[in-house]
Design a protein around this ligand. Structure first.
Ligand code: ATR
Length: 271
């Protein structure tokens, strides 16, 4: 029987996950039934229950349900516990729900594929919301020399850094604490959505520095445009989207898809 998967979101109509997962399955000569489901804002648990009752075995979870999925899961991976959020639900053979998050691994893999070395590097992360919390564990696990989390609301960045103290050199503060030259600057704020740019010093990037925006779109974000003007290498979040999907696919089906081909096809579509 064709296995059933879905992505839950609200809204979810523009999600690329169905086409990404169908492309992964096609690489292995398989067919999966992967749909986008707009879960009601007040009953995410009911939507998951209804899905599993009708043959669903796995789901991706996107905005605004990642924290609810975290609360709903019977068991959680270590990285999901750290993230406080779940983007991948799996129905176990015992009928329980396992929660995991693949966002951070997706980001780190995308950086690796682009030849960006995290180990021993100086990293600046902009933002201290759920998106940033979700990727910190895998970033710190690569062994960067230092990580500074800078946020409009400084207190949130300090609290977030404190939660990850045991994993290495990580500090938090306001944008005014940003100084020096960074090998990698990751924008995890939603400022780009409003066309805003966090206030940043001009000399932000080390030579060969990279700017990464966790968002993507047909046009480069304001942050990436700004970084390009300062000669940084720029990468958007489309690769992260494909890599996090690949890790979910692996969790469900035990196979690692070829992400490069799928990313290229998606890029041709997005641009
Ligand atoms: P997400 O799940 O996308 O992380 P979130 O938890 O609401 O969403 O976090 C949004 C992040 O973007 C926060 O770090 C927020 O800064 P504050 O904590 O100070 O609110 C940041 N952000 C949103 N709009 C911004 C803007 N115009 N300039 C700078 N930072 C902004």
């Amino acid at each position: 029987m064709t296995e059933r998967y879905c992505v839950f979101g609200h809204p979810v109509g523009h999600s690329r996950s169905p086409s990404i997962h169908s492309a992964f399955a096609a690489q292995h000569g398989a067919t999966i039934d992967y749909t986008a489901i707009e879960a009601p804002l007040d009953d995410f648990a009911g939507a998951w229950q209804a899905f599993t009752n009708t043959g669903g075995v796995g789901a991706n979870v996107t905005v605004p349900f990642k924290e609810e999925a975290f609360r709903l899961a019977d068991t959680l991976s270590e990285r999901a516990k750290r993230a406080g959020a779940v983007n991948t639900l799996s129905l176990t053979s015992a009928g329980t729900t396992q929660g995991d998050t693949t966002d951070g691994v997706g980001l780190v893999r995308d950086l690796e594929h682009h030849g960006v070395a995290l180990k021993d590097s100086h990293v600046l992360i902009l933002g201290a919301g759920g998106a940033v919390r979700g990727v910190l564990e895998p970033i710190l696990a690569t062994g960067p020399a230092s990580v500074l989390i800078a946020n409009r609301t400084a207190m949130k960045a300090r609290a977030l850094a404190a939660d990850f103290q045991d994993m290495g050199s990580v500090e938090g503060g306001g944008f005014d604490t940003v100084s020096g030259a960074y090998d990698l600057v990751i924008n995890g704020t939603s400022a780009s959505l409003a066309g805003d740019l966090p206030p940043l010093p001009d000399s932000l990037f080390a030579s060969n520095g990279t700017a990464y925006d966790m968002m993507y779109g047909a046009e480069p974000t304001v942050f990436l445009q700004w970084a390009r003007e300062r000669s940084a290498r720029t990468l958007d979040g489309l690769g992260m989207l494909v890599e996090q999907a690949a890790e979910s696919y692996y969790l469900w089906r035990g196979k690692h898809p070829d992400t490069r081909a799928v990313l290229e096809a998606l890029r041709a579509d997005v641009v």
